[in-house]
Ligand binder design. Sequence first.
Ligand code: F6R
Length: 605
Amino acid sequence: MCGIIGYVGNENAVPIIVDGLKKLEYRGYDSAGIAVYGESGLFDVVKQKGRLAALEDKLSGFAVKGIMGIGHTRWATHGEPSDANSHPHLGTGGKIAVVHNGIIENYKQLKEYLLKKGICFASQTDSEVIAQLAEYYYNGDIMETIIKVANRLEGSYALGIMCTDDPDRLIAIKKDNPLIIGVSEHGSFIASDVPAVLKHTNRVYYLGDKEIAVLKKDSVSFYNIDREPIEKTLERITWSAGSAEKGGYEHFMLKEIMEQPKVLRDTIASALNSGENKTVIDKLEIERYNKIVITACGSAYNAGFAAKYIFERLCRFPSVEVELASEFRYKDAVIDSKTLVILISQSGETADTIAAMREAKSKGSDTLSIVNVVGSTIAKEADYCLFTAAGPEIAVATTKAFSTQLVLLYILAIRFAARLGRITPEYERELSHQITTLPDKAAQILEQIDFIQKYASESVGSKSIFFIGRNIDYAIALEGSLKLKEISYIHSEAYAGGELKHGTISLIEEETLVVALSNCPSLYGKIMSNIEQVISRGAKVLMIGNQPKIKSDGKLSHIPLPEICELFSPSLSVIVMQLFSYYTAANKGLDIDKPRNLAKSVTVE
Ligand code: F6R
């Protein structure tokens, strides 16, 4: 939530910062702002409520220029979206400018303290206290000041700080929120995420908690909170600059859906026969555990929920639990050193999932993470980490990262089952082979999007859309429903087919759309009965699945899927549901990549 960027170098900071903010807009987009150290020796600040485009418009009316600056794109937590609440925030004297990602939990106490000293505040935000406190403490030594401020802050923060007395030094510090430091030929950067700097460099440092970075145009130095110099390793990012661009698609979401065959192939290659993920999987001693707990949020939770069916079916493991990270962290879970806790997170920065991981570790459990962003908190802190090779995912609604999480979970379940002797080597080979066919089958679906597109255009007026399935189809129905509601704003619920008649069927009316998934051969008859039950109450049904002999007819339409073992069918049905959601939202003319009220990286509780 919230994205920050900063630059000090030889070039004009303004276009660099605005361009970087475009790559960070997925983190928050209710207002944005920029501060540049200008020729006057003061900060030029431009802030604007609304999307980044509104800030760009405003900037075009100002002659703002400078070789050092900071920028921010906001997801409001304290104080409504407004110009005044936008960052950067300045101290009253205009000496210190700050951008902040995170939440200052003790901001009320700090604000009261400063108000008593006669300091006036210009915003309702928690973040402004950082700038005001820094200016209050400032004694000519900005490093000392920042350390003093950091020692008083409770909560989470990634900060970019400039001081008018230091026109060539940009300072950064973080705790519990991500911050990378990039170095290029023409200058140095801070950013909340790698895509913001990829155009300029692929060489970055990952700042650790309570570490301070001092950036100059041609050097970066690091210190701990006691101001002692520390060494950090420069890392090379393998993502290309193009991977963070739309590449001709109207939305990042469609581009990312289309990338799925490739990223599935890359992820499978890294885990099945050779590669870093395989090495990690081989190290895991599943025999040591008597319980697996999978915990995550949102779509990542849905991937875990689907995996539960597979772990149970293949490994016959006594206990596989799936928990929402926001619940798990506070429930005093019954886990110990014989529990393997699996954390799933695209960003690796979701606050609840981080807290769940730390809770699991504090109880002596081993933690295995499945993460997309290298260098993220969860990737670094978990005992074991598998990386999804999804590349940067920019659209707020996850698609390709979700799909790569699923295949890693499949491969993990197969390996565990084989190690536990629950499946024969022949069956292991057969299942592994089935997985290698997924990318081509995903590509087949993507070649036939016309019908999905047409169907979606007819569903635009729906008030409510239900998703049903049984067994693993139910698990993936949850993801279909989440995808639809988050980007199309159409109310949607997912139900286990057999559960509908216990209450929810009362919501079915004439023309209500029900999406029914049917990929489990032993349950074809059962899901057909559920379909008949809703059709006889007026619903129209879109069936997605590889159930043979079904023909579209009257109230029933069918999208067939390539044949695949039912356990891995979620990887195919989810693509149809992603496309269905995408085209429904596109037909409504919505801002698909940045749905209202959401942000991609949920770094607050
Ligand atoms: C939905 C979506 C979210 C995320 C959730 C967890 O499309 O993207 O539900 O799955 O916020 O985020 P990560 O995976 O970054 O922990």
